[in-house]
Ligand binder design. Structure first.
Ligand SMILES: [Ca+2]
Ligand SMILES: [Ca+2]
Ligand SMILES: [Ca+2]
Ligand SMILES: [Ca+2]
Length: 209
């Protein structure tokens, strides 16, 4: 995750300066502003980030505050990155399209220190219907939750260590708790647990050799 592009920050800083100065800096950086005709407020900044004559970045603005940026990085006419900002113009969420169909279907969230901590994925490209949640810490992927029957609740849980799957648990009757847990060592299945004991453990354990 990165913070606001430096060019945008520079332009924003110059918005506090005299109007003509701000316009000059924006123009030199390749930005084109759109103002609300009635209020005079800045509503959109467009940018040709690679200076090839085609606009590839659109930022919705509330005056000097950026709200959302849409970016077509490969300039194929389909937006492939969506950036969302909070009140302090900090990047909080980045949407991307795993299918590259111009529609966001995954959203990455940063923690307070700016590091990736979660990706929410919708197999149908609907932000209201997330069916996969990936959790990250400084070591990388640590856990995945999945909603396999589309009821909005996770029913499959995986844990990872150093990039390798360590456990996979399955809620086979979709009541919110797992009936079965598989444990892996070095990617090989070593144990199958079943018969939940009601306290988060399992009464039946089968070692796999
Ligand atoms: Ca361009
Ligand atoms: Ca594109
Ligand atoms: Ca489910
Ligand atoms: Ca269950």
């Amino acid at each position: 995750m990165r913070s606001l592009p430096t060019s945008v920050v520079i332009v924003m800083a110059t918005l506090a300066v005299g109007c003509s100065d701000a316009e000059r800096v924006r123009a030199e950086a390749g930005f084109r502003p759109t103002y609300n005709k009635a209020t005079g407020k800045l509503t959109e900044l467009t940018l040709d980030s690679n200076h090839n004559g085609h606009v590839d970045t659109w930022t919705d603005m509330d005056g000097s505050r950026p709200l959302r940026t849409r970016i077509d990085r490969n300039e194929d006419g389909k937006v492939d990155r969506w950036e969302y900002y909070d009140d302090r113009a900090q990047l909080t969420k980045v949407g991307f399209s795993r299918k590259d169909d111009g529609k966001a279907d995954a959203w990455a969230f940063a923690s307070a220190d700016g590091k990736l901590h979660k990706i929410e994925i919708s197999s149908t490209g609907d932000e209201q219907k997330i069916d996969r949640w990936e959790h990250y810490d400084a070591t990388g992927l640590i856990a995945v939750e999945e909603d396999t029957n589309g009821d909005g609740a996770p029913d499959k849980w995986e844990t990872y260590r150093a990039g390798l799957l360590t456990t996979a648990s399955f809620d086979e009757n979709f009541d919110g708790t797992p009936e079965r847990r598989l444990t892996y060592e070095a990617s090989a299945l070593v144990m199958i647990e079943s018969t939940p004991d009601g306290a988060g453990g399992f009464a039946t354990r089968v070692q796999v050799r």
